[in-house]
Design a binder for this molecule. Structure first.
Ligand SMILES: O=C(O)CCC(=O)C(=O)O
Length: 280
């Protein structure tokens, strides 16, 4: 059922891309998934919403404002547990090879995936926005921010359908004071954010064609606005970790669902079938 078995070498970042990622905290790849593959992927995304789980295993539905609200962002965690085509996306070798290059490591594993559906016809303000946040704030069960996300566009994305936006250089700021995926008021968050001295809060929209992927570091601030088009914005965030990512108990409480699977003690490596290897 794999979409591809080998990394597509023409998609890998060059030296200057790796330097750009290190400095800016993000990078956008060429097209990785073909239109035919995307058609099949979207069919399988719809299966998840009809609760047709190929493997029999349920994913984790974490839908903003409840499942009955057609304007809500649909966020389904670990869809790769349920569907083999979606698992092929989440474990795609090209995503793994790019992540390994950008993070300068030899091993990349899947941390978890997040299937995303941002419905169309947003009001321009409060519909299905994703608040400014750094992923690592949610991953405090990992000792270090040794994680990176590949955000795979299943449809073309730009500002009109609420593409992701990143704050360049924020990967170098440490964890900031304002951090909430579910916040709808991004202007308020920006106003309250304590930006380090000599840095500025600027945003870059990640405009992409379907099949491209953007990569952002676990400390890069990102979020997204409303989808004011007629069509849904579809994607999967593939959250990846380097092979040396280790567990720690989160002293602030709220143990992450993937960390609970490990049932480990401080310093244990995240290894085993729950965290498939994408690279090598
Ligand atoms: O899809 C979005 O707008 C945000 C996704 C996100 O927060 C992520 O990929 O980490």
């Amino acid at each position: 059922m794999a979409l591809s078995n080998l990394p597509q070498t023409q998609c890998l970042p060059k030296e200057e891309d790796i330097r750009f990622f290190e400095m800016s905290g993000y990078w956008v790849s060429p097209k990785i998934f073909s239109d035919e593959q995307l058609e099949r992927i979207i069919e399988h995304q719809e299966k998840i919403y009809r609760e047709e789980y190929e493997t029999g295993a349920e994913p984790i539905c974490n839908w903003l404002e409840g499942v009955d609200n057609p304007r809500a962002l649909r966020k389904t965690d670990n869809s790769h547990w349920s569907d083999l085509t979606l698992r092929s996306v989440a474990t795609d070798p090209t995503l793994g090879a790019i992540a390994a290059k950008l993070m300068k490591v030899d091993v990349i594993r899947l941390w978890h995936d997040q299937l995303l559906y941002k419905p169309g016809r947003g009001t321009g303000k409060e519909t299905a926005n994703v608040g400014w946040h750094q992923d690592y704030v949610y991953w405090q069960n990992c000792m270090e921010p040794t994680l990176i996300t590949a955000w795979v566009a299943f449809t073309d994305v730009d500002l009109s359908n609420g593409c992701m936006q990143v704050v360049p250089r924020s990967n170098q700021w440490g964890l900031v004071n304002v951090n909430n995926f579910f916040e709808q008021n991004l202007e308020k968050q920006q106003a309250e954010m304590e930006v380090p001295e000599n840095e500025v809060f600027t945003t870059v929209p990640l405009i992409m064609k379907a099949g491209q992927a953007s990569f952002h570091h676990a400390l890069t601030i990102h979020g997204s606005g409303a989808n004011v088009t007629e069509k849904p914005r579809r994607s999967m965030a593939v959250h990846l970790m380097t092979g040396n990512t280790r567990y720690r108990f989160n002293p602030k409480g709220g143990q992450h669902f993937n960390a609970r699977i490990l049932n480990g003690k401080d310093g244990d490596l995240y290894t085993g079938d729950s965290w498939p290897v994408l690279y090598p």
